[in-house]
Design a binder for this molecule. Structure first.
Ligand code: SAT
Ligand code: MN
Length: 581
């Protein structure tokens, strides 16, 4: 097979020659193709069959123990001008990066099959969707891309029609951490990834395309590519309102996207609909509202912590047609991870007999890949080519102190400052130290494909185009007391906060002004039915001295971006500073 698009054929031929691939396979995305790839990986040991009685068509992949998370220090954005990538990205000159990658890819597919993976990010007929082609030598990547994107002949047909696509080139190489690079050329709509087979390093449709390249494209084209879930909240009157929420990796986006309302709320008629759990493309509509699509078609969710009480929707979709990466197994070959239940696993994520002395049984960044359509709360609106209208944007981080349970921004401009000033404790989703507070504007620190200063300016410019902009909020489910215990129950009870947020969007809901934004009035959150009544005073407290210090931290962070930071951000910071003193 070849394509009708000469530019695509030429690129594939050129890569096949350079990598000296033994075979070229154009993926059509069919069931038959998927079955063949799975058979082949069962034979090679790349996949292990899980218990077919309890988990039909579920497989386990154990990645190289050196290759278990994104590698931010090896991820580059290569623009013509270094300043265009900004201090938020590692930068390499384009020539240097091309030479480096070309050297790594030379002959790297000798004896191997080169897969051509055409994919579409977003509903196949949506004007908001964008396409790409990933060339990879990993069949594991192919089967994951089939779950995570609209992959195959329909995507290829759209690419041939449009003539434009993002070029992604990937090889697992030798899996040597010293020869591992994830390199982006936004000006050329190109991604090259070498030396990793894991998640966001290898499934190039996800963070590389749908965030780093797309954020760059979105700035040129007047839209936003964001690290956000999209969720529909249906009230007892049957009205559904959509919220987009940004959180860093492994901070509960998947759980929030498929939240189960508290029992009494369910009985009253509240429902939650999942549109997306990780990435959101936002575009101003003709009616002055902001519309969102989920560019992905599946979940690559964190397994540990997913249990019957925390996320029963996720559990319900994980008992068939799912791929697990780096989880543990029980003695009858069922997937297992910390937080699932109290069974004792037989083998850990590396396949060793489980011994607690070796650490957790499942890797803390172990994942499941599954189609979004298997989710019990799946929203049909995920296929709507126009997207869904967004009423509220929520920014969240993981902060043990300082940031209250919820804060409301005065307006769009204040909200952009709030999102831009976000910080969060690091998690196991990326290699490096866990639990360190770092600035993570809009949860995009690892994913913004251009200078953060320009990014904030672009957010402000998009706001100007909206006559009915969403309201903007900041939340923190992770605040702790002096003894280190979480102050807020989280999970399904987060709906209590979302309900207040939506009341505010309608012009209702009682709030108190503070120097850093509005918080719910003492009796504004519905807390009925909570087993323990939370310490709301502590959860909503504004520590003014702490915030003054935070402000200094934000200013120091922004100083690195110099005059690329829009004046409006500085005006907003100044306003908060005056209110605090
Ligand atoms: O590894 S991924 O980037 O796909 C997941 C994540 O970090 O959010
Ligand atoms: Mn993510």
């Amino acid at each position: 097979m070849t394509s009708q698009l000469a530019a695509l054929n030429e690129w594939v031929d050129q890569v096949a020659a350079h990598t000296r691939a033994a075979r070229v396979h154009w993926c059509d995305g069919s069931d038959a193709e998927n079955r063949r790839l799975i058979e082949q990986m069962l034979d090679s040991g790349d996949l292990l069959q899980l218990n077919p009685k309890t988990h039909p068509e579920c497989y386990l992949h154990r990645s190289d123990p050196n290759d278990v998370a994104r590698v931010e220090h090896l991820t580059y954005v290569c623009t013509r001008e270094k300043q265009d990538a900004g201090p938020n990205n590692n930068w390499m000159a384009r020539d240097e990066a091309h030479a480096l990658m070309s050297g790594l890819f030379a002959g790297c597919m000798e004896g191997r099959t080169l897969y051509v993976v055409p994919y579409c990010m977003g509903p196949i007929d949506s004007p908001l969707a964008r396409c790409g082609v990933e060339i990879t030598d990993s069949p594991y990547v192919v089967v994951n891309m089939r779950l995570m994107t609209r992959m195959g002949i329909e995507a290829l047909a759209r690419i041939e029609r449009e003539g434009q696509f993002v070029k992604g080139l990937h090889s697992t190489g030798e899996l040597d951490p010293d020869q591992r690079y994830i390199v982006h050329f936004p000006e050329e709509l190109m991604i090259q990834s070498y030396g990793s087979g894991y998640g966001g390093n290898a499934l190039l449709g996800k963070k590389c395309h749908a965030l780093r390249i797309a954020s760059y494209q979105a700035r040129d084209e007047g839209w936003l590519a964001e690290h956000m879930l999209i969720v529909g909240i249906e009230n007892p009157k049957g009205e559904i309102r959509y919220v987009a929420a940004a959180f860093p990796s492994a901070c509960g986006k998947t759980n929030l996207a498929m939240l189960i309302p508290p029992r009494a709320w369910q009985e009253a008629g509240w429902k939650v609909w999942t549109v997306g759990d990780d990435i959101c493309w936002l575009q101003p509509g003709e009616d002055g509202r902001l519309y969102a699509i989920n560019p992905e078609a599946g979940f690559f969710g964190v397994a540990p912590g997913t249990g019957a009480s925390t996320n029963p929707n996720a559990l319900a979709m994980l008992d068939r047609e799912a791929i697990f990466t780096n989880v543990a197994v029980t003695d009858d070959n069922q997937p297992w991870w910390e937080g699932l239940d109290d069974r004792r696993p037989a083998r850990d994520w590396r396949g060793r007999d489980y011994d607690p002395k070796n650490g957790p049984a499942a890797h803390p960044n172990s994942r499941f890949t599954v189609s979004i359509k298997r989710c019990p709360s799946y929203s049909q609106e995920a296929e709507n080519p126009r997207g869904v209208p967004i009423d509220a944007i929520v920014f969240g981080g993981r902060r043990a102190s300082l940031v209250p349970l919820v804060l409301e921004a005065r307006d769009w401009q204040h909200g952009v400052m709030m999102g831009g000033a976000m910080a969060s404790e690091t998690t196991a989703a990326a290699t490096g130290k866990v639990g360190v507070v770092r600035r993570d504007p809009m949860a995009m620190k690892p994913f913004c494909g251009y200078n953060f200063g320009d990014y904030f300016a672009h957010w402000l410019a998009v706001g100007e185009k909206l006559s009915r902009p969403p309201r903007i909020f900041q939340v923190n489910w992770f605040r702790r007391d002096q003894d280190g215990r979480f102050l807020w129950p989280g999970f399904g009870d987060n709906l209590r906060v979302l309900a207040w947020i939506l009341e505010r969007c309608e012009g209702n809901g009682k709030a108190l002004e503070t120097p850093v934004g509005c918080v719910p009035a003492a009796d504004a959150l519905d807390l009925e039915g909570l087993q323990e009544s939370p310490d709301m005073e502590n959860l909503l407290a504004i520590d003014e001295a702490g915030w003054r210090e935070e402000l200094a931290g934000i200013e120091a962070f922004l100083a690195d971006y110099g005059d690329r930071v829009p004046a409006a951000m500085k005006t907003e910071l100044e306003r908060v500073r005056r209110a605090l003193s």
